[in-house]
Ligand binder design. Structure first.
Ligand code: C2E
Ligand code: MG
Ligand code: MG
Ligand code: MG
Length: 291
């Protein structure tokens, strides 16, 4: 099942504090060639329906396979890419690669999987963002309703002046909008009121404290309740243990994402997971637990 497949995925975390200024500059220069050299990969992490645990979508997560340093986490190199502007071309590459892949899987398995793609503030500041997304969809053949653009709550309407207009235009095109890392920024409620969000993603810092901190449990419950009252969906990130699952299920969270089900997987491993799911369905077995 996916739990064992997921263990093939190793990643190193290179916190910038461990790097000298010189190494930092060198890495930034290397990142410039990473895309061209084929060192970037898109990994996919399943999102499952809370009740059935069946796969209903996936999030595209970029990785940098550095020839000497190994797999570098996006938490480390995305900020470098943002600072140098490289995020614009990297982001477009991720979007096109993931949309093309999602369309392949849709045809291969007859599944209408939802694809989450992260957008950085720098991408959202590009005047041609809407056209870039539209072209990616047209060129790859993916239906706009399959694409969910994830916008992190730390992006402020002050730094991205046309944020609301851009997201409205993407939403009007048929794309879905998700507010990522919900609850960690200062603008949670304002965001919900102003952005055309179809759903919110509860940040893993709250999910991690289920069973640990009653205050965080109260926040998770209240967030799910609020989202539903506003007719928005909710997905929880960072679901790692059975206790998280039980709590989120009891409180009506719609979908779940986390290591309990599966780690982010390379393309071939994710495809194997979908094939295995289909095999179980064909044999009349429930795919529950396989995801
Ligand atoms: P995010 O969008 O909030 O993505 C979720 C992160 O949580 C991913 O980290 C994922 O691997 C991790 N995760 C999933 N389940 C669990 C779990 O059960 N426990 C724990 N501890 N972590 C879990 P990842 O892949 O390292 O990405 C980190 C961040 O980098 C992302 O956070 C996103 O903000 C950014 N990022 C990743 N790919 C892209 C991209 O293509 N474009 C942009 N702009 N940002 C990206
Ligand atoms: Mg995300
Ligand atoms: Mg997140
Ligand atoms: Mg994040």
């Amino acid at each position: 099942g996916a739990k064992s497949l997921g263990r093939n995925n190793f990643q190193i975390y290179a916190p910038s504090a461990d790097l000298s200024q010189q190494q930092h500059v060198a890495l930034k220069a290397k990142l410039r060639h990473a895309e061209r050299n084929g060192e970037l990969r898109v990994f996919y992490q399943p999102q499952v329906d809370t009740l059935t645990e069946d796969i209903v979508g996936m999030e595209a997560l970029v990785r940098w396979e550095h020839p000497e340093l190994g797999t570098i986490s996006p938490a480390f190199f995305i900020p470098l890419a943002e600072a140098s502007g490289l995020i614009v071309s990297i982001g477009e590459w991720v979007m096109r690669t993931a949309c093309a892949q999602a369309h392949v899987w849709e045809k291969m398995f007859g599944l209408h999987l939802r694809l989450g793609v992260n957008l950085s503030a720098v991408q959202l500041m590009q005047p041609n963002l809407v056209a870039t997304v539209a072209n990616a969809l047209t060129d790859t053949g993916l239906d706009p309703s399959c694409l969910e653009l994830e916008v992190t709550e730390s992006i402020s309407v002050k730094t991205v002046p046309h944020l609301v207009e851009s997201l409205d235009a993407l939403h009007a095109m048929g794309c879905r909008i998700a507010i990522d890392d919900f609850g960690t920024g200062a603008a949670s409620l304002d965001y919900l009121r102003r952005l055309p969000a179809d759903r919110i993603k509860i940040d893993q810092s709250f999910v991690r404290n289920i069973g640990v901190d009653p205050d965080d449990e109260a926040i998770v419950r209240a967030t799910i309740d609020m989202a539903h009252r506003l007719k928005r969906g909710v997905v929880a990130e960072g679901v790692e243990i059975e206790q998280h699952l039980n709590f989120l299920r009891a409180n009506g969270c719609d979908e779940l994402q986390g290591y309990l089900f599966c780690r982010p997987l390379p393309t071939a491993a994710f495809e194997k997971l979908l094939a295995e799911r289909q095999r179980l369905l064909t044999e009349g077995l429930s795919p529950v637990g396989s995801a």
